[in-house]
Design a protein around this ligand. Structure first.
Ligand code: FE2
Ligand code: FE2
Length: 212
């Protein structure tokens, strides 16, 4: 890992927000530069990520109709993710940028492949994988927001900072739901295992103009 170039401000040390304590490592240095280098591609990927978050919330709701708390929270979450999608597309339109085709997501694919089958363990894993995707989105959107503010795009930078805080809140929603909906499962032991996998995937992921 190379040190930051002399003219680049040093990054803050990685201190996971207490709301996303499961993240074990920071994104390796250099991702922000790649993301800003093709902001159109990054924002398009981000729009697709918000779309997939909304679809995933609705899919969880659909699969668990009798779980009242889950249905309530996933309905609210889907609405919020759709709002984020609408906001990102609005920012893209102001720049004259179209949505690009969605591309396979290695990060999410690697985590989703770790999920166990049905029952309480299956639901627990589904909720915890969603939690970790939200947690990494928090970190990446936060990094992007800071990079944009440093580059002088204060409005878009503030937007990304605000979105990052919202994704940290979503992480908590999923962990709390796993605690409430999966009695008899070692939720926090499993979260630690999945967080190790997540850290391995992030360490190996090439830097690309995408959120993860
Ligand atoms: Fe979102
Ligand atoms: Fe989210």
């Amino acid at each position: 890992m190379s040190p930051p170039a002399a003219d680049q401000p040093a990054r803050d040390p990685f201190v996971p927000d207490e709301r996303v304590e499961a993240l074990l490592i920071a994104t390796p240095p250099g991702w922000e530069e790649v993301a800003l280098g093709n902001l159109h591609a990054t924002m398009s990927d981000h729009a697709h990520a918000e779309k997939k978050a909304a679809l995933s919330a609705l899919s969880l709701l659909n699969a668990n109709p009798a779980r009242d708390e889950l249905v309530y929270k996933m309905g609210k979450l889907a609405r919020e993710e759709i709002r984020h999608l609408d906001q990102v597309i609005g920012h893209m339109r102001r720049r004259g940028w179209s949505l690009l085709a969605d591309r396979p997501d290695r990060f999410a694919g690697a985590l989703l492949s770790e999920r166990r089958g049905g029952g309480a363990e299956g639901l627990c894993d589904r909720l915890l994988v969603a939690a970790l995707i939200e947690a990494r989105s928090w970190e990446r959107l936060n990094l992007l927001g800071r990079a944009l503010r440093s580059a002088g795009d204060v409005e878009l930078g503030e937007f990304y900072g605000e979105l990052a805080r919202s994704e940290a809140g979503h992480y908590r929603v999923f962990v709390e739901l796993a605690d409430a909906e999966c009695p008899g499962v070692d939720v926090h032991g499993r979260l630690s295992e999945l967080a190790q996998v997540e850290a391995g995937v992030i360490a190996d992921l090439p830097h690309e103009p995408r959120i993860h």
